[in-house]
Design a protein around this ligand. Structure first.
Ligand code: ADP
Ligand code: G6P
Length: 471
């Protein structure tokens, strides 16, 4: 058993097994913000990544990926149903995203959540050398910090939540609210995307657990747990380099040609998730065409929506509704060879995504709620010529940093339409000023700065037990 001084624990590993049409299992990079953030960061670090490889049954043995050891955790069919699709993605995910869909509570799911969190904690304990740093990620594993501390008090334990942390009014719905808070408080440092989330967490600790809590520090079981905001980011240099590659530049030109050389291309790239505001965006766009503000020949919308969590009912319903609406809009407003919406549900490699970002005059990122939204940051990174307009939801964590974007409330349909029109008609000089400012911000705050900031803080705030062992 290989042991490492840095162990990252997340439900999702950077690869996912997908079954190709010929029935052969192939490994590919999994979409999603967590993998986008962590994958470039860990490359060539002497680290172990503990996680699930996407299938069911015994854990597959994976080769190291870019020098990082993969320690796979098995999930059975029932574990996937009750832990991943159930408690994680039908209870916590909607609850933490403003309950834009109804969170579902089942006692059986909670049992599975505890069981699987214990399994991940055991795997992390096995993979960590004495005094190691273990960095637990996201809402699937909120009990792991306390479970791990119980068996390995020598470790320095960090927890980072990639999704929003809800206000007390919402979190209080959760039948197991105290248990979840205590699980997270097993860490030495609990990190969130935004200061508001840290504030919500501290308020809840005080209210539910009756412990002394400020927005930076919570006392529990004689330990001080540090709390803070660490907005996650992307590998800016990697995306810039990709966007400059001659084959990517040529591919972007080809894409524009294939789209019929329109005057303007609007792009959206989302996992097919009800938090992403896809339906609201399609409605706004179809009204803009119907009102005559947008002409199908001059402007095209490219909507990439890669399916995700496909066995969860709410996701199946969303996909049906999106596809029906795309069909309706294309049927009503498209012409032969000229659809109003180019709709793609495929999985793309990084170079193809970079080419798409290059071709987009306007990027519409309008989630109803999002912890961060790295697609918005990838777009800015890919605009190496300082042009392009980013339309960004106020309810994405990224809006706190990318304040020069065209900010919009996606629930306000008229506001969304107006902002899209303004984006399509923006003066190039205005766009350039905004893009330059956002690019300068991302250069300073890329994924390495995020990790440095978090891990340095964790290093300074390790528990007494960890300090004694690490020296
Ligand atoms: P979330 O984590 O909720 O999915 P983010 O915007 O933070 O949202 O991250 C999504 C990540 O998934 C981005 O890095 C994006 O490039 C990637 N992604 C989205 N759609 C696709 C796709 N069709 N093919 C490959 N990667 C994708
Ligand atoms: C979000 C979550 C991640 C998750 C990703 C993709 O970014 O915060 O934890 O990995 O979505 O979702 P999936 O269910 O495919 O892992």
């Amino acid at each position: 058993m290989r042991q490492s001084s840095l162990v990252v624990v997340s439900n999702r590993l950077p690869v996912d097994d997908s079954v190709a049409p010929d029935g052969v299992c192939e490994w590919r990079r999994s979409p999603g913000g967590l993998v986008t953030a962590l994958h470039p960061l860990l490359q060539h670090m002497p680290a172990t990544w503990v996680g699930w490889a996407g299938g069911t049954g015994p854990a597959p043995t994976l080769a190291d990926i870019d020098g990082v050891h993969m320690h796979t955790v098995p999930l059975s069919h029932e574990d996937v149903q009750d832990h991943y699709e159930g408690f994680a993605n039908s209870t916590l995910w909607p609850l933490f995203h403003d309950a834009v869909e109804q969170p579902v509570y089942h006692r059986r799911w909670w049992e599975a959540y505890q069981r699987i969190n214990q399994r991940f904690a055991d795997a992390a304990a096995e993979a960590a050398e004495p005094g190691a740093v273990v960095w637990v990620q996201d809402y699937h594993l909120q009990l792991v910090p306390a479970l791990l501390r119980a068996q390995r008090p020598d470790l320095r334990i960090g927890f980072f939540l990639h999704v929003p942390f809800p206000p007390p009014e919402l979190f209080m719905q959760l039948p197991k609210r105290a248990e979840l808070l205590l699980g997270m408080l097993g860490a030495d440092l609990v990190g969130f995307q935004r200061a508001q989330a840290a504030h919500n967490f501290a308020q809840l600790a005080a209210k539910v657990l009756n412990v002394p809590a400020t927005d930076d520090q919570i006392s529990v079981d004689g330990r001080e747990v540090h709390v803070g905001a660490f907005p996650v980011s992307i590998d800016m240099a990697e995306m810039e380099a990709l966007a400059r590659r001659p084959d990517v530049v040529a591919r972007a030109q080809q894409l524009r040609h294939d789209l019929g050389n329109p005057q303007q291309v609007i792009l959206s790239v989302d996992r097919m998730d009800y938090t992403k505001g896809i339906e609201q965006r399609l409605k706004a766009y179809s009204e803009l065409i119907a009102d005559g503000h947008v002409k199908v020949r001059d402007t095209v919308l490219v909507q990439v929506a890669v399916p995700t969590r496909e066995r969860v009912g709410q996701y199946q319903i969303l996909r049906e509704r999106v596809e029906r609406e795309v069909g309706r809009i294309n049927g009503e407003f498209g012409r032969v060879g000229e659809p109003a919406i180019h709709y793609l549900t495929q999985h793309f490699d990084r170079a193809e995504l970079a080419a798409l970002y290059r071709v987009a005059d306007v990027m519409a990122v309008t989630p109803l709620r999002d912890g961060m939204n790295l697609v918005a940051k990838e777009y800015v990174a890919a605009r190496v010529d300082d042009d392009g307009i980013l339309v960004l939801s106020e309810f994405a964590g990224a809006a706190a940093e990318l304040s020069q974007a065209y900010l919009v409330n996606p629930h306000d349909l008229d506001g969304l339409k107006l902002t899209l029109i303004q984006a399509l008609r923006a003066e190039p000089a205005d766009g350039t000023n905004r893009m330059r400012a956002m690019r300068a911000h991302l250069r300073q705050h890329d994924i390495r700065a995020w990790a440095r900031d978090y891990l340095t803080t964790l290093d300074q705030t390790g528990s007494v037990a960890a300090r004694l062992t690490v020296g």
